[in-house]
Design a protein around this ligand. Structure first.
Ligand code: 5MY
Ligand code: ATP
Length: 461
């Protein structure tokens, strides 16, 4: 089943679209831009992240009258946070994608529609570049530092306890904590859909808290045995426990097994594996070096994020080298593929960039390309869609009970603009400075949502 799709909304119908919000001088330019996006997804992100996770979509032409009507409808229903965004109603170009909140070929054998969990995990490692000048960047992750800046500038009213390093740790306990923290304070990092309809996300009114009890009611039919067998005092919590475990299993599944049947693990991070801003018992952190299964969606995303091995502090001088060169030789912009095309040759530069700086513009361009690709992976989302399945179905999550069929995709794989690098450099400084300042005067505890006691219950998975 597909639907008309426009950013934060879904419209049940026959097909699915995302409209661009950029404004162009000509429809031709808009068409070329959207084609560029599809090529980037197809020739760069898909080979890096894996065929099975990426859906590149198809550029389509639409009647302008239809686009205008749709734009009016969207504008009325847009969440307040996104009211600064507008749809392109002039070019008539759109991107047609499968509806990832539904399962392909899932015909409602069961009365329970698919549940889809969308996670925007953000950067899952601590930078290890020698170019870093602020020591705190080696100890506290960008997401946790950024929370303080976002709270100060009013993007969010409360701080999130979610830490990407816990999610990407490969440790079930730390992943559990990360997902629990996302449920407590979803911000723009967690959305949940049921049958394609959004049922859980951050509230439009940032002061309001998302309703966990409503979510539990939605999920209860999917985990019927949690209602009584264990934890009979708190069946709601048992439902959430099981739900989190299903998400963890999906995030760790990869289908790649060595001879013993255990998934092969990769240890990607060269930096310390935990963030000092995320309180987690030391003994649990010491308890084994987990790593992620090689083909898991988290390993794929982290691997691409780590193409940023110089950090913005190392990239900015290289960007300036490129800028200086382009000032002298403006026609070289095309040869160096600064604005695409995103094809095999662009991908070659990303993959085969030398490790040592030889002072050339080619080295600088290669590192800048790698950085931009890593930025896409730091801002993408993962969608896990699952539904109850029958015993003999493929792609089952390896849980004793209940059984789910599932599909995992990575979305929002737009190229990040080359011109955005100076902004990234300034933002990095601001984030660090706000963090250091807020550490001198620690934030009032009211900035955090009150902690709810939540028992960790583990099943064999
Ligand atoms: O810079 P960040 O880490 O704040 O990420 C931006 C996101 O903010 P977040 O921190 O996830 O709330 C930001 O998310 P929102 O639109 O604010 O939900 C965008 O994804 C932005 O990308 P773009 O500039 O629209 O292509 C993102 O910008 P990029 O840095 O990825 O270009
Ligand atoms: N193929 C899809 N199927 C179902 N829902 C989707 C699909 N693509 C996107 N969405 C939903 O729409 C939201 C916005 O999509 P997306 O982030 O790709 O748009 P964007 O314009 O690039 O946004 P941003 O400015 O935040 O990067 C996603 O967070 C997701 O909830």
């Amino acid at each position: 089943q597909c639907c008309w799709f426009v950013r934060d909304m879904t419209f049940p119908d026959q097909c699915q679209l995302i409209f661009l919000r950029f404004s162009y001088q000509t429809a031709e330019q808009a068409f070329r831009h959207i084609l560029n996006m599809v090529d980037y997804s197809k020739y760069v992100m898909k080979p890096l992240l894996g065929e099975k996770y990426v859906h590149s979509g198809e550029v389509v032409k639409l009647p302008l009258n239809f686009v205008r009507q749709l734009s009016l409808k969207v504008q009325q229903e847009r969440p307040e946070l996104r009211c600064d965004k507008v749809m392109d109603t002039f070019s008539g170009c759109g991107l047609c994608l499968p509806n990832l909140t539904q399962l392909p070929l899932y015909h409602l054998r069961d009365h329970r529609p698919p549940i889809c969990v969308e996670i925007k995990p953000k950067c899952g490692f601590l930078p290890f570049s020698r170019h870093i000048t602020k020591e705190c960047k080696r100890k506290v992750c960008r997401f946790c530092m950024h929370q303080h800046y976002k709270a100060t500038n009013g993007k969010w009213k409360r701080l999130s306890r979610y830490c990407p390093l816990n999610l990407f740790s490969g440790s079930k306990q730390r992943m559990y904590v990360a997902l629990k923290n996302l449920l407590e304070e979803p911000q723009n990092n967690l959305k949940i859909f049921k049958g394609g309809e959004l049922i859980f996300s951050c509230k439009d009114d940032a002061k309001q808290q998302p309703e966990l009890n409503d979510l539990i009611q939605h999920l209860r039919p999917y985990f019927p045995h949690s209602n009584g067998i264990y934890n009979s005092q708190q069946p709601g919590k048992a439902v959430l426990n099981e739900f989190i475990q299903v998400i963890c299993s999906a995030l760790l599944s990869g289908g790649d097994s060595n001879r013993s049947g255990e998934p092969r693990k990769v240890h990607l991070s060269e930096s310390r594996p935990h963030c000092e801003a995320s309180p987690f018992p030391r003994d649990l952190l010491r308890n084994g070096n987990h790593g992620l299964p090689k083909d898991s969606v988290l390993a794929k995303v982290l691997q691409v994020q780590m193409l940023d091995n110089l950090d913005i502090e190392g990239i900015y001088p290289l960007y300036k080298r490129v800028e200086q060169y382009l000032e002298e030789f403006p026609k070289e912009r095309n040869r160096l593929q600064i604005d695409g095309p995103y094809n095999e040759s662009f991908m070659d530069t990303v993959k085969n960039c030398p490790t040592e700086d030889d002072g050339s513009v080619e080295y600088a361009v290669g590192k800048v390309h790698q950085y931009r690709v890593a930025m896409t992976a730091k801002d993408c989302s993962i969608m896990i869609t699952f539904a109850p399945c029958e015993e003999d179905e493929e792609h089952q999550l390896n849980l004793e009970k209940p059984r789910f069929t599932y599909s995992i995709s990575i979305l929002d794989l737009d190229p990040k603009p080359y011109e955005g690098i100076p902004h990234q450099y300034k933002l990095d400084t601001k984030i660090v400075n706000y963090y250091l300042r807020s550490m001198q005067a620690p934030p009032p505890s009211s900035l955090y949502k009150e902690r709810q006691e939540c028992t960790l219950l583990f099943h064999a998975v």
